[in-house]
Design a protein around this ligand. Structure first.
Ligand code: UT7
Length: 351
């Protein structure tokens, strides 16, 4: 039976590290000002989110989201020892694409020099859940024989769309830039606990306006009609979040999703090496671990180093701990995500 294998993993984060103390002095060009720009502080951020730092791309227009994706993808291809020319499908998950259209998948394909005749390029959204949604797609494509080398990328460049003022502080302190990638392919095996074992994706559009970034609305004419530099008018330019409501929904649905994944596969925590939750807030992950009775030593987090990198959090966290020697090829992983939409889901796979 054909099953989907993880052939390679990779990630990339920009070099510039912004700690919580520096963050409050940044303006929207990420210059360090003498005057504090955001009324926040290290104690609040660490206590409420667990975040100590995040990475930002340079603000000189030299780096696009697809550049972060290309670096993560190159590292995953190298890890799998597969040439870019062998990739026949790209699935690109992001909420911060290079431009409105075309999608970032084709831009990545071009940057990697992948043959234009033999590679389908998909762009998916699903925000913080993009990676698990993409894994489900990749798994279906591979098991049906549609594609043989699927490059699944979660990549975000969020630092240029955040509000560097007290009004947006709840959101601004959380997000960072980064990318992670998996290369996936088929393997003929009778082992039901090999490769991708389980994926389940869910959504509830009733929560759509709990966490969103409008930027424009196509129902309007003109569809973009505010002075983007005027704080009285430009709220649509920035992500908006009802943090407490998102927090509660995240904990609830991540617990249910995780427990359902175990129940439907007949597995328990003895079968799982690592729980990799989405990295939105350390307190969410601690609460999920407590309620779902997940052994603490099996939880992998990276939020303290990178903040919330949305679609990139799961592959970035796995690759971070793989490079540190904690997660290893062959380990069994249960990943659970939750984000804007609302969207959420879980996946169980062997690394
Ligand atoms: O990735 C997608 C999913 N996203 C999430 O899962 C995020 C979920 N939500 C959260 O992580 C949390 O709700 C936040 C970290 C965003 C906020 O933490 P909170 O404990 O829910 O704080 P809060 O929004 O209830 O605000 C408490 C206080 C308020 O002040 P008052 O009204 O009590 O005087 C806020 O204005 O903290 C204030 N506050 C801040 N203070 C310093 C909000 N943000 C900040 C800040 N620095 N950055």
């Amino acid at each position: 039976m054909i099953r989907t294998q993880v052939l390679g993993i990779g990630s990339y984060v920009p070099e510039r590290e912004i700690n919580n103390d520096e963050l409050r002095f940044l303006n929207e060009k990420h210059e360090v000002c003498e005057q504090q720009q955001i009324d926040t502080n290290d104690d609040w951020i660490q206590a409420r989110t667990g975040i100590r730092a995040r990475r930002y791309v340079p603000s000189d227009e030299s780096v696009a989201n697809s550049d972060l994706a290309a670096k993560a993808a190159t590292s995953a291809l190298g890890n799998a020892d597969v040439a870019p020319s062998e990739v026949d499908c790209i699935i690109y998950a992001t909420l911060s694409p290079d431009v409105m259209f075309p999608g970032s998948g084709v831009l990545l394909q071009h940057k990697l020099g992948i043959n234009q005749h033999e590679c389908a390029c998909y762009d998916i959204r699903q925000q913080c859940s993009g990676f698990v949604y993409g894994l489900q797609m990749a798994d279906a494509f591979i098991r049906t024989g549609m594609y043989k080398r699927v490059l699944l990328v979660g990549s975000e460049l969020q630092s240029h769309s955040l509000e560097f003022a007290t009004r947006g502080r709840d959101v601004t302190v959380i997000f960072g830039d980064g990318a992670g990638a998996f290369l996936l392919g088929p393997k003929d095996t009778g082992d039901e606990r090999d490769g991708v074992i389980y994926t389940r994706c869910q959504a509830d559009g009733a929560g759509a306006w709990e966490l969103y970034l409008k930027l424009f609305e196509t129902r309007r004419a003109p569809y973009f009609n505010y002075d983007a530099s005027d704080p009285e008018q430009n709220i649509d330019k920035y992500p908006q979040m009802h943090g407490k409501r998102v927090f509660l929904q995240a904990v609830r649905n991540m617990v249910i999703s995780t427990n359902t994944a175990l129940k439907e596969t007949g597995m328990n925590w003895n079968d799982i090496d690592w729980f990799v939750p989405h990295q939105a807030n350390l307190r969410i992950n601690q609460k999920v671990a407590e309620v779902a009775e997940i052994p603490d030593h099996k939880v992998l987090n990276t939020i303290e180093f990178y903040g919330n990198t949305t679609a990139a959090t799961v592959p970035l966290t796995i690759d971070h701990w793989y490079k540190e020697g904690r997660a290893k090829k062959g380990d069994m992983i249960l990943a659970t995500v939750f984000g804007s939409g609302f969207t959420w889901g879980s996946a169980i796979f062997r690394l």
